[in-house]
Design a protein around this ligand. Structure first.
Ligand code: FRU
Length: 485
């Protein structure tokens, strides 16, 4: 693995010409995605600024142009009319002022109908590398590029640690107020959420307090990327707690969880109805963000980073890494989230294929489960060995997914097998495969499992226990992947 100096990681991009060769090289990778948003060069991580504005979906991702490394972060901007076909729109935000001299870090967006406003963390560092995070804003200009406000909306609080970032903005119609939720860490290193409020989106911001979440006063050391949304009258709090291990999640210390409950904006208390749950049971799913301005009371639309902090992936050798997940619709059923791929994805299906044991590099599989235990092995070699191996244990209603059989193994230190527990017997699996990812939706979205996977030239077969129903469609291209900077 390449060792990066700080200077290399934090180099400012002066001209697109500096990364054109890298772009050309990255384009030749066998792992470039066909229908997932991916970095134009270098690294993509968190989804940012996800909103519907004047009929267009805007999405940005944390972007480091130079390679697969967490260095100087830009926002790279993509747009779509249907959440399926995405165009590269160029740099959204660049670190070019005092307040964000070491990165435009994660944040969100909201449309008031006439303006699309972005909120982000300006990651300032001084010469001693001491960090000061500012909450900053930008407005989408007529040319389709965000324009930054000159001054931040507010700076950090000194009664919390330097970890105060990832503003998620929401408008509360009842209160006629905007709220910003900030992921934070207390001075004694416990994770939490800070709440700010204002009647105006771009001025008058005041600190309202730390969100109280009874039972979660000491749950991880930092809560990254908090997001609160009301779905069908229930409030859902989604966040990415880190610096802690959680039961059933191997050695990983990065997670993405949710709570369903009630948000009281008067007392700033989120009272959970039940225990936390994992948003996704896979290896690589983090920093999920819901879109603003979805315009439906019964669902949210969510995108996550396929990848985790502190983890490393085979495409890093090619100087790029990362992918956005497919957008998914979130609904509430029986006190839990139900997550389904957005219906418009169906339009990407090519003519159905005869299941013959081979796996196109971009495809959708619909698996009908037989009664009892079964195996489904994806990306196997021709003789059926190796691959990503799924085993369903019907007595315990658990799918165990093991990636240790793949030719290219990675992040073995966090564990190579994880369980996806189910509440009901497994009937159906919908599986979306693209060149470096697999996303599984079990029982129409009752549980999901997302993983990176980097198949080699011989890993394009599958095997299944007799009785497993397999339907298979190739998927067409929906990301343009052009060099737009
Ligand atoms: C989450 C995160 C955010 C931060 C961003 C920096 O992956 O650490 O908290 O804003 O990434 O790229």
């Amino acid at each position: 693995m390449k060792e990066w100096t700080r200077e290399e990681r934090y180099r400012v991009l002066q001209s697109p010409d500096e990364i054109r060769d890298l772009y050309d090289r990255v384009q030749t990778s066998p792992w470039r995605q066909r229908y997932h948003v991916q970095p134009v060069t270098g690294l993509s991580s968190d989804p940012n600024g996800f909103a519907l504005h004047k009929g267009v979906w805007h999405l940005c991702y944390q972007w480091c142009p130079w390679g697969a490394v967490h260095g100087l972060k830009y926002w790279y901007h993509v747009t779509s009319e249907d959440l399926v076909h995405w165009r590269n729109a160029g740099i959204g935000l660049k670190p070019d002022c005092f307040y964000d001299n070491r990165g435009t870090h994660s944040g969100s967006a909201i449309s008031d109908g006439s303006d699309l406003i972005f909120y982000y963390t300006g990651n300032h560092r001084d010469e001693d590398w001491t960090r000061t995070p500012y909450t900053c804003a930008a407005i989408l200009g007529a040319d389709g590029r965000p324009r930054k406000l000159e001054k931040p909306l507010f700076g950090p609080r000194d009664d919390y640690s330097e970890h105060q970032r990832d503003p998620k903005v929401v408008y509360n119609a009842e209160k006629k107020r905007y709220y910003i939720f900030i992921g934070a860490q207390t001075l004694d290193k416990r994770g939490g959420v800070l709440v700010y409020e204002s009647e105006q989106p771009l001025s008058g911001w005041r600190f309202a307090g730390q969100l109280k979440v009874p039972g979660y006063e000491a749950f991880g050391g930092m809560w990254e990327c908090p997001y609160i949304v009301n779905i069908s009258g229930k409030d859902v709090l989604i966040f990415s707690p880190q610096y802690t291990k959680l039961p059933g999640r191997g050695e990983s210390t990065n997670h993405n969880v949710y709570l369903i409950g009630r948000m009281d904006y008067d007392t700033l208390t989120f009272t959970p109805d039940g225990p936390y749950r994992h948003l996704d049971f896979g290896f690589d799913f983090y920093a999920a963000q819901g879109a603003a301005n979805v315009g439906a009371a019964d669902k949210a639309i969510l995108i996550a980073w396929i990848g985790l902090p502190d983890n490393h992936y085979p495409s890093e050798e090619e100087d790029w890494e990362g992918s956005m997940s497919l957008p998914r619709e979130l609904r509430i059923r029986g006190g839990k989230l139900l997550q389904t791929p957005i219906p418009a994805l169906r339009g990407l299906r090519g003519p159905e294929l005869e299941p013959d044991g081979t796996l196109p590099p971009a495809c959708e599989l619909e698996i009908t489960a037989p009664a009892g235990d079964f195996d489904l092995n994806l990306f196997t070699r021709e003789d059926g060995t190796g691959g990503l191996r799924l085993r369903y244990d019907s007595a315990n209603r658990v799918c165990r997914i093991d990636r240790s059989g793949m030719d290219l193994r990675f992040n073995t230190q966090v564990g190579e097998a994880l369980d996806m527990p189910l509440d009901a017997p497994l009937r159906k699996l919908q599986i979306y495969i693209d060149h470096n990812s697999a996303e599984l939706f079990a029982n129409d979205g009752a549980a999901t499992f997302t993983t990176h996977v980097y198949p080699t030239g011989r890993e394009f077969h599958y095997t299944a226990t007799e009785g497993v129903g397999v339907r298979l469609w190739p998927m067409s291209r929906s990301v343009t992947d052009e060099f737009v900077i």
